[in-house]
Design a protein around this ligand. Structure first.
Ligand SMILES: [Zn+2]
Length: 164
């Protein structure tokens, strides 16, 4: 390729595109992080039903004035923790602002990269592999067909017509 001056341009190594750089970052990412990044973290306390005990992974430190600092891991990835303070007296504050701390294994994606859930999902699907996806789809479709057949009503169901 020549310029108007006729001087040949020196060949320079192609600059890595932003997506190539992101791919490099994603390659370092643990599977569990990819999984959580496609959706949301599942904080331990968000999984507790009324009447259930808090799981042992939840930790609490007494602060001043009866405030407790609660630390709970994400039960899905185990790579992130939510830190929340209770109100004075240990009451849970539904509007409390939490902060999240991450494991050293957690790979951060710098600002400016396309790090939306769709891009991460693309990475998840790549890791699962097309062959595996095809096999899983076949199994799911067979299950669905079997369920539909089992659920098919033997006789038409008479519905209330509304007339009285
Ligand atoms: Zn998580």
């Amino acid at each position: 390729m020549t310029r108007a001056s006729g001087r040949r341009l020196r060949s320079v190594p192609a600059r890595r595109t932003e997506d190539q750089e992101l791919t490099g970052i994603l390659n370092e990412m643990p599977d569990l992080e990819v999984l959580c990044r496609t959706g949301w973290h599942r904080w331990a306390l968000d999984e507790v039903m009324p009447g259930e005990s808090w799981p042992d992974v939840v930790r609490a430190w007494p602060q001043r004035r009866g405030v407790f600092r609660i630390e709970e891991p994400c039960v899905k990835c185990g790579l992130a923790w939510r830190i929340t303070d209770t109100l004075a007296g240990g009451t849970m504050d539904p509007f409390a602002v939490s902060r999240i701390v991450y494991d050293r294994e957690w790979v951060t994606i710098p600002q400016g990269y396309k790090r939306g859930k769709r891009r991460i999902r693309q990475e998840l699907y790549r890791r699962r592999g097309a062959d595996d996806t095809a096999a899983q789809l076949e199994r799911a479709a067979a299950r669905t067909a079997a369920d539909e057949e089992a659920a098919a009503p033997a006789a038409p169901v008479l519905k209330f017509s509304g007339a009285s």
